[in-house]
Design a protein around this ligand. Structure first.
Ligand code: AMP
Length: 201
């Protein structure tokens, strides 16, 4: 059984548009996955902890039809980030070639030490809620949020500016579609029965 996942994608290093396009191709190319919608793209100033300036982000949200379990989807996101040269040095809010966050997975609520769905910061970030609202305004956000995406956006206190960016996901006949990042096919990916109860995700 497939479910719709909503994934936030962002980049503020290197060829940001190319990383986002390749991330979408890579999410789509993984077994059983199908990207069914891409939001408009926005440029936003980076959140910084220590006043050290950072390049601005490109942000978007994609809808992904998937059979992957929550943990497998997280592993896939990490694998794609790594393939994009993402360096995890433990610094919070460090600049990054590619960041993939699982916002939602069906109507599932998950809370484990490594994974929280709905994403913990979802309702606090306009750069996530706005593109999500562009493609799914009426979607009901599950526990513990329990409101529609458009209502969450209206209630969001974050006032950071979002600058509409080019439609980088539109097919360009003069350019070949980007290849997905190479996959580590050895990674075991579980599918997930969303109708069953799961103690181990
Ligand atoms: P980030 O720095 O945004 O890549 O996220 C750091 C960590 O957040 C990841 O290694 C995950 O274990 C954890 N995490 C918790 N919930 C989520 C989620 N919904 N999507 C992605 N990462 C998550």
């Amino acid at each position: 059984m497939t479910q719709d996942a909503y994934i936030a994608i962002g980049s503020n290093l290197g060829d940001r548009a190319a990383y986002l396009r390749q991330a979408v191709r890579s999410l789509d190319a993984a077994g059983g996955n199908n990207v069914t919608a891409c939001s408009p793209v926005y440029e936003t100033e980076a959140l910084v902890l220590d006043d050290a300036p950072q390049p601005p982000y490109l942000n978007a949200v994609v809808r992904l039809s998937t059979m992957l379990s929550p943990t497998s989807l997280l592993m896939l996101c990490h694998e794609i980030e790594l393939a994009a040269g993402r360096i995890r040095d433990g610094r919070r809010w460090a600049p990054r070639t590619l960041d993939l966050d699982i916002l939602l997975l069906g109507s599932l609520s998950v809370s484990t030490p490594v994974l929280t769905i709905p994403h913990r910061e979802l309702v606090n970030r306009r750069f996530v809620l706005k593109p999500l609202s562009d493609i799914a305004p009426d979607l009901l956000l599950p526990d513990p949020i329990n409101k529609a995406v458009a209502d969450a956006l209206a209630d969001c206190a974050d006032s950071h500016d979002l600058r509409p960016y080019d439609n980088i996901f539109a097919a360009n006949p003069s350019e070949p579609a980007p290849a997905p990042f190479p996959r580590n096919e050895a990674t075991p990916f579980d599918t997930f029965d969303f109708n069953a109860r799961h103690d181990i995700l």
